[in-house]
Design a protein around this ligand. Sequence first.
Ligand SMILES: [Zn+2]
Length: 272
Amino acid sequence: MTDPLSFLPMMFSAQPDPALLIDSHCHLDAAEFDGMRDAVVAAAHAAGVGQIVVPAVHVDNFAATLAMRERYGCWLAFGLHPIYLDRHLDEHLTVLDDWLTQHRPVAVGEIGLDFYVPGLDPVRQEWLFVEQLKLARRHELPVLLHVRRSQDRLLKYLRQYPVVGGIAHAFNGSPEQAQAFIRLGFKLGFGGAMTFRGSQRIRRLAATLPDDALVLETDAPDIRPEWAQDVPNQPANVARFAEVLAELRGSTPAAIARLSSANVCTTLKQTS
Ligand SMILES: [Zn+2]
């Protein structure tokens, strides 16, 4: 139970301190956080997180996403996620267009292609994705991408309908695909997956990509890290992910926080 009069939540700054961490991808509005959201945000603050990017996934959660800006000062993205393909109607693109105009998020997202989950019609996925790329172009916004078994297809469309840049979240492609995204102005998101010693390819990429290509993310409440498989992932974990990435790159968590946050700000045009 949350009584807004009895408790004022901590707010993130619209222009966060460059030394603070940014969670570049967190579904803070997700039901998993109901009843504990203020505590989750307080824990993130305490862990050194200065901003959280919250992407919407379908029109039904646009309002809940907006509430994350009103209550906590989060940066937002609005988009139609491929996983919810069955729930997206053609007219939701018009709704999205209106929300982009009225509420001016930092990006269009979460959008993309998922060729892993069975039963998601690829033709309709690609149509919906392209229509959202057109919206991103019209609104001059970057995009937050969901990329699963679809790297080359996504790259094809990004070349056909170039956007101002964005973040390929939870990146899990080859080094060549990584370079192709980077050439198109994208940053690559790293989080829970790189905490597993078995994730050789992701860890190698995280260790070797150039400094200006990497951003930290949690994808909370999903993509739980190796050390916390039984509880929802949460934005405070981005601090531990900075430690993991620092270890992989022979750097320090403070340096990783700075470069990741600078990359997020550059990409999402929130230059402080
Ligand atoms: Zn996501």
